[in-house]
Design a protein around this ligand. Structure first.
Ligand SMILES: Cc1cc2nc3c(=O)[nH]c(=O)nc-3n(C[C@H](O)[C@H](O)[C@H](O)COP(=O)(O)OP(=O)(O)OC[C@H]3O[C@@H](n4cnc5c(N)ncnc54)[C@H](O)[C@@H]3O)c2cc1C
Length: 432
């Protein structure tokens, strides 16, 4: 049996701000475009879910619906078997998607750094917790400590309180001087300044401590308290939940599988957002963590460039330069302090999927060796959590990526991609 084949001129992977911007720009340039996302919704991490989307999100989703691009939701791209072809799963069933140009807008995930107790139930990333709460997970009356790094901590604390949680404090690892400097820099980005001021005003009364980070979590079947430090003293906060992550890690697995080169952990792109492989573009968080507005403008540039409209792409270069300054300010203000590399003890789990401690992993020379000898990074998350942590704690890079880039059914992998496929060209939306 052959896989069904979807055939498009331009395929965009990722339905967040970058992917939406790219798909609209490419389709408005007159190309036959498909937007593929593994979730049921458009909007990516920031605009995920159907209810309560901000106006900017509603406008972009409406523009997408008008632009004529096809939408392939619930479709995970798992491999790039050969040039011009993606292997994907739609609702668990394998399919192939062929393209002339590919725009990768795969976003980012949260960065978790291990500390004693970090795997206790009730501890999760702030962004992940926010998604659960937005989708109905009840938190009224729950004490939630928010910790880690980045402006997302404030947005999440605000959202949790709006859903009835008690936030006894926010612990930001970056020092005050960095955060203040970043805050003053927001005067160059009035929309961000306004957003930050609104969030801060709603958080009056919630302690926001800079230069503070978690050193351990304790509990029984659930976290009961977290120990925080400012480097001089330590104290504990009682809590029912801990929302903790140390910023974002770019999702570069699919770009790597497509052969794209990285630069300092991010996909290397030129001024047109073109990656090192001909016909492949990349936009949004895989090229640098700069927030939704940066992702939107990069996506549009990629879409116009792939769509053969260089002048329209070029007209956006100035806006992108502004957001790249914001991106650089984010990276420098919320750079991780060296103390975070020493939180985990030798028996602290590094790979929670396969139960492998930091001490066992550290005995090996590199990530590949450690994987082969211990199975770290070979569980369901496929190293997305522990690989990123190993990179920071041990300085190990990801040497290569193997398909599938997301968990997939064996059936999808054994179907021969060389066989002529059943063409579904011209098919538009598959039922969102
Ligand atoms: C969990 C989380 C929550 C966040 N919440 C907020 C917030 O509340 N406020 C805020 O300002 N910023 C938030 N951010 C940051 C925000 O994601 C970015 O600033 C911005 O949305 C980046 O846009 P993007 O288009 O580059 O990526 P994303 O919005 O991440 O979109 C990428 C999309 O690609 C899809 N995808 C990835 N790989 C594949 C694949 N192989 N096949 C198919 N689909 C794929 C993903 O499911 C996702 O929908 C959050 C980040 C994370 C990780």
């Amino acid at each position: 049996m052959s896989n069904p084949l979807f055939d498009f001129e331009i395929v965009v992977v990722g339905g967040g701000p970058a992917g939406l911007g790219a798909a609209c720009a490419a389709a408005e340039s007159g190309r036959r475009v498909a937007l593929v996302d593994d979730t049921p919704w458009l909007g990516g991490q920031i605009w995920r879910g159907q209810k309560g989307r901000p106006r900017q999100a509603q406008e972009w989703i409406a523009r997408f619906q008008r632009c004529g691009a096809a939408l392939l939701p619930r479709t995970s791209v798992i491999a790039v078997p050969r040039a011009g072809l993606l292997l994907a799963e739609h609702d668990g069933e394998p399919c192939e998607i062929s393209f002339a140009n590919l725009i990768l807008a795969t976003g980012a995930r949260e960065l978790f750094l291990p500390f004693p107790g970090w795997t206790l139930p009730g501890i999760m990333g702030p962004g992940g917790m926010q998604s659960l709460v937005k989708n109905g997970w009840p938190v009224p009356g729950k004490r939630v400590v928010v910790a880690g790094s980045g402006p997302l901590l404030l947005a999440v604390a605000d959202g949790l309180r709006q859903h009835g949680a008690i936030v006894p404090g926010i612990a930001e690892q970056a020092p005050w001087r960095n955060v203040l400097h970043f805050g003053f820099g927001l005067f160059a980005h009035p929309s961000k300044l306004c957003q930050a001021a609104q969030i801060k005003s709603r958080l009056i009364g919630v302690p926001y401590r800079c230069g503070v980070w978690p050193v351990r979590a304790d509990g029984d079947s659930q976290i009961r308290h977290v120990t925080l430090t400012n480097g001089q003293s330590t104290w504990t906060e009682e809590c029912d939940l801990l929302a903790c992550a140390f910023g974002l890690v770019p999702n570069v697995e699919l770009p790597l599988a497509a052969g794209c080169q990285l630069n300092d952990g991010f996909v290397r792109v030129d001024e047109w957002q073109a990656a090192s492989v001909k016909g492949i573009y990349c936009a949004g968080e895989p090229t640098g963590v700069g927030g939704a507005d940066c992702a939107l403008v990069e996506g549009q540039i990629a879409g116009y460039a792939a769509g053969g409209q260089p002048a329209r792409a070029q007209a956006l270069f100035g806006r992108r330069a502004t957001w790249h300054k914001f991106r650089a300010a984010l990276a420098s203000a919320f750079a991780l302090r060296p103390e975070l590399k020493t939180l985990a003890a030798e028996d602290t789990l590094l790979c929670r999927c396969e139960d492998i401690s930091l001490g066992r992993v550290r005995r090996h020379h590199n990530w590949r060796d450690a994987k082969l000898q211990t199975r770290c990074g070979m569980g369901p998350c496929q190293g997305r959590v522990c690989g990123a942590a190993a990179k920071i704690l041990l300085g190990w890079g990801m040497e290569s990526v193997r398909p599938p880039v997301l968990p997939a059914r064996v059936r999808s992998l054994i179907l021969k991609t060389e066989e002529p496929s059943t063409a579904l060209a011209g098919q538009s939306n598959i039922n969102p």
